[in-house]
Design a protein. Structure first.
Length: 396
């Protein structure tokens, strides 16, 4: 049977083409023995595993093997048994896709870790999985990483063939005028920025299929599989979760009225709060709190996780300001804590920096305060504490 897996592995690795090299490839400490890569559906976890196999081993090195737990073969055989056969034939690195499809996956991984000290396992799972909290047997032995959708930087590199590097928030705030001079002669960000806002976050825009149909399918899978299966929720509650997501989307970025949402989907306030948390774990929404507060407190704002999702839900009118704030939160979300500030369109980042998202061609004249950073859209350049919003897409 292993022969069939090697055959598939060789084919997949040979035919994998990662058009843009993900930064995460260099952030992971590949010496660890148990590595978990979490991420929402559609962000390229499978491609990432296969790219790792291709870079480090090539397609014919039998010490590395990719398997997908979707394979019905694993209904009759546990991961640990499979690993035993693999190791006895000289296997050293096992790449397991969609690990949560195996019922006892966490205890199976623990067995592998204890029994086969020379085996490295890299596995992918849903962003809904709480690796350490819900699987105490993996505590202290698993290193967990998040693979995100494309950043604006990755999207521009892909479309223009450039190799722009990511910048830290400190670098951007300190040197944005200088950084822009490195980028502008080689690529016009505003052109790619609008494409990215519409369809650039999920790598499957590269496939020659209808992007919004594909995204809707992905969104349905996030609720039907990731939330229901992983959180062990009964199927009859699926329509409530989907309706809640739709209501939150149509409302736009604002504080949710938990009582009226509970009435609409006919459930308790506590259940609505739990569902909101699940939707956030599935990376369908982002929940924003005031500084110092967190779940299970009521959020001050619920917004879509990324701007692509806003276009996929009809009938919804997409306002520029809402799109831009969604882009802002999503770009900073990887390495920074974003909270709601006291005023509309203002956010606090990492508990201390005050940002305002504003239109460079706004109707009203803005009086620029020295203690605020103005992330401005509809402009490619900035000066002092006014930075072009698109540049925050270079944070990863």
């Amino acid at each position: 049977m292993e022969e069939a897996f090697f055959h598939t592995h060789t084919y997949l690795v040979e035919h994998t083409h990662a058009p843009v090299r993900r930064n995460l490839m260099d952030e992971i400490d590949w010496n660890d023995r148990l590595i978990g890569i979490k991420g929402t559906r559609g962000v390229g976890k499978t491609t990432f595993l296969l790219q790792y196999a291709k870079e480090k081993f090539g397609s014919n090195d039998r010490s590395c093997l990719y398997v997908n737990m979707n394979n019905f073969y694993f209904q009759g055989l546990g991961i640990a048994e499979f690993a035993r056969d693999f190791v006895s034939n000289g296997g050293r690195v096992l790449l397991i896709d969609q690990v949560f499809k195996q019922p006892d996956w966490s205890s199976e991984l623990r067995k592998c870790y204890d029994r086969y000290p020379n085996l490295k396992i890299v596995f992918t799972g849903s962003s809904v999985m709480r690796l350490k909290e819900e699987n105490p047997e993996l505590n202290g032995i698993v290193k967990s990483y998040n693979l995100r959708g494309f950043s604006l930087r990755e999207y521009i590199n892909l479309q223009t063939g450039n190799h722009f590097r990511p910048y830290t928030l400190d670098e951007i705030l300190r040197d944005h005028e200088h950084i822009i001079k490195q980028i502008l002669p080689k690529a016009s960000p505003s052109k790619y920025f609008h494409e990215y806002i519409h369809h650039g976050f999920y790598p499957f825009f590269l496939e020659h299929r209808n992007f919004s149909e594909n995204l809707l399918k992905t969104m349905n899978m996030m609720t039907e599989v990731d939330i229901l299966l992983i959180k062990k929720i009964e199927l009859k509650y699926l329509t409530k979760i989907k309706k809640l997501f739709y209501l939150l989307a149509v409302e736009g970025p604002k504080a949710p009225n938990i009582s009226s949402l509970a009435d609409e989907i006919q459930t308790s306030r506590a259940t609505v709060m739990n569902y909101i948390k699940y939707l956030a774990d599935a990376r369908l929404i982002n929940i924003i709190y005031p500084v110092g507060e967190e779940f299970p407190k009521k959020p001050t704002k619920v917004m879509m996780h990324n701007s692509n999702l806003m276009y996929a839900i009809y009938p919804i009118t997409v306002h520029d300001q809402e799109l831009m704030e969604t882009f802002f939160v999503n770009s900073l979300w990887k390495d920074h804590l974003v909270n709601q500030a006291s005023k509309e369109h203002y956010y606090t980042v990492d508990g201390e920096r005050k940002f305002r998202i504003c239109n460079a061609h706004g109707e009203q004249k803005i009086r620029y305060a020295p203690d605020t950073i103005y992330a401005r859209y509809n402009t490619e350049v900035g000066k002092d504490n006014q930075i072009p919003l698109w540049l925050l897409g270079f944070l990863y």
